[in-house]
Design a protein around this ligand. Structure first.
Ligand SMILES: [Ca+2]
Length: 499
């Protein structure tokens, strides 16, 4: 045999592999496990240094994958945000502008696109678009949900549009059991995509019995920003004693209200401990799902996404709930694990601002499935792989429309850049705003305590941000910018059925 023969054969084999390898890569489609919580704050995952609670299983996704510390929702309200997650569109474009509107049946979603591309698809848990509807929705081969908000214990689920049955047990555990059951079923060689919709940590907060006392030792004061409202418009103060204010009923944690006494902070602390407790069960759930994928050999072939639909104000600026454009309301946790993006021993942090509207383009891009015909978001696949994306956004639009059923937050039109946030509160009649705007310098004031809108030195910055807001409204097709008339902050409680 010629002494050159073996190296030549090796070289030919290598060339052949190089030619085939890229096409192999393109053909391999990862499974998708998308875990969605309800109202989880960005700092309630212990990858965030501010977190009081420990979430080792959620952290592991980031420690073996990609952590997005600057991820945001574009409307901080359950149904509109969920519709943005599925469609890649802003609320004004998908039309689900409140919690009572069904997702339009003819509007594309990323699960539907995956289904059309040959994926086995399922949705298990809280869907929360179209409150009283538990029918099967388009794009899912298997669909389990319930009417309304569901309950932390003993929820009545409906199984793929057929029987309704109370499943005894804790919600988070029960949906995890159902998810594992579906994962174990044969898929006929198809890749799969599963969305698990948790109820936790949405109000009213009921932790699992084993976590009821998990945070009894933690002292929890009202946030300092609750006592610095002088720079802000009057609506901040008008909200304090309402359903969405810190002196109000606190989702029934306070029996007699309003209560401005310093001692009443104990109700706030009890509420916060319960909220945190519900997230510990979510972490357990992720641990079980991860362990199953590892055992079944699918872990490294699965794109795991963990996120929430919106954030939550927990006392900041004297506020409870979400809806506003403040950081705790619009920031959302996001961790992603998939070795096709980065190997498990080379975790990555993507610091660019990512949005709920980025999920549809990103997931389809990673799965090698054509994008939806129209989205406002962009794929972060390149960023997650550590490649530069010089065109990535440096600002984004946030909006929320006043709800008559929840008269505690004005209309909100805001622009956030990496350093600044400018928030307007339009009246809704096209005339001049009747509330003072907010301007926050997030670099020097991350807790948004100092409203700089009246600072004459920043007039140029305000003009620049106003122009950017108008540009973003135009770019996302939000013109003419329709919104309800702001009927003001009211003390009345919301209807008991929709709380
Ligand atoms: Ca929510």
């Amino acid at each position: 045999m010629s002494p050159y023969r073996t190296p030549l054969l090796l070289l030919l084999a290598l060339l052949g592999w190089l030619l085939v390898a890229p096409s192999l890569g393109a053909a391999r489609r990862p499974n998708v496990l998308f875990v969605l919580t309800d109202d989880q704050r960005w700092d309630c995952i212990s990858l965030n240094p501010r977190s009081i609670i420990a979430t080792p299983h959620l952290d592991r996704l980031g420690r073996e994958g990609v952590y997005f510390p600057n991820h945001f929702c574009t409307t901080s309200l359950c149904s509109p945000s969920r519709a943005s997650i599925l469609s890649g569109l802003y609320a004004h474009a998908h039309g689900v502008s409140n919690n009572f509107t069904e997702y339009p049946n003819d509007l594309p979603t990323w699960p539907r696109a995956l289904q059309a591309a040959g994926y086995a698809t399922a949705y298990i848990g809280k869907y929360h678009m179209g409150e009283e509807n538990d029918d099967v929705r388009g794009g899912f081969d298997y669909f389990v949900t319930h009417r309304g908000q569901g309950k932390y214990f003993d929820t009545e689920f409906r199984f793929h549009g057929k029987e309704r049955r109370v499943v005894p047990g804790y919600y988070t555990t029960v949906v995890t059991d159902m998810a594992l059951q579906w994962l174990k079923e044969p898929k006929g060689g198809k890749p799969w995509a599963l969305i698990v919709g948790h109820k936790a940590p949405h109000s009213f907060y009921y932790p699992e019995p084993k976590y009821v006392h998990a945070f009894d030792h933690v002292n929890i004061p009202y946030p300092a920003s609750a006592f610095h409202l002088d720079d802000n418009d009057r609506w901040y103060r008008e909200r304090l004693e309402t359903w969405h204010g810190i002196y109000g009923p606190l989702f029934d944690y306070r029996k007699k209200w309003p209560d401005r006494s310093p001692e009443a902070v104990k109700d706030f602390a009890a509420m916060t401990r319960a909220y945190w407790g519900t997230i510990l069960s979510v972490d357990d759930s992720m641990g079980r799902l991860y362990e199953y994928l590892k055992q079944s050999g699918e872990l490294d072939d699965t794109l795991i996404v963990f996120t929430s639909d919106n954030g939550l104000l927990n006392g900041e600026h004297g506020m409870i709930d979400k809806r506003t454009a403040h950081e705790p309301s619009i920031r959302v946790p996001l961790v992603v694990r998939y070795p096709g993006l980065t190997p498990a021993d080379r975790p990555r942090v993507v610091s660019q601002m990512t949005l709920t509207v980025d999920f549809a383009p990103s997931i389809l891009d990673i799965c090698g499935v054509p994008p939806l015909p129209k989205t406002h978001g962009r794929s972060w696949k390149r960023l997650a792989m550590g490649r530069p994306d010089p065109q990535w956004r440096t600002s984004f639009l946030y909006h929320y429309n006043y709800e008559k059923q929840f008269p505690y937050t004005p209309n909100v039109r805001a622009v956030r850049t990496e350093r600044w946030k400018y928030i307007r509160y339009p009246h809704g009649d096209g005339g001049p705003d009747r509330h003072k705007a907010d301007l926050f310098d997030l670099a020097t004031d991350p807790d948004e305590v100092h409203n700089r809108i009246d600072d004459p030195k920043l007039a140029g910055k305000v003009a620049e941000l106003e122009a950017e807001l108008q540009r973003l409204l135009k770019e996302t097709g939000a013109e003419p910018d329709r919104m309800p008339i702001d009927e003001g902050i009211e003390q009345k409680l919301p209807d008991a059925k929709i709380r």
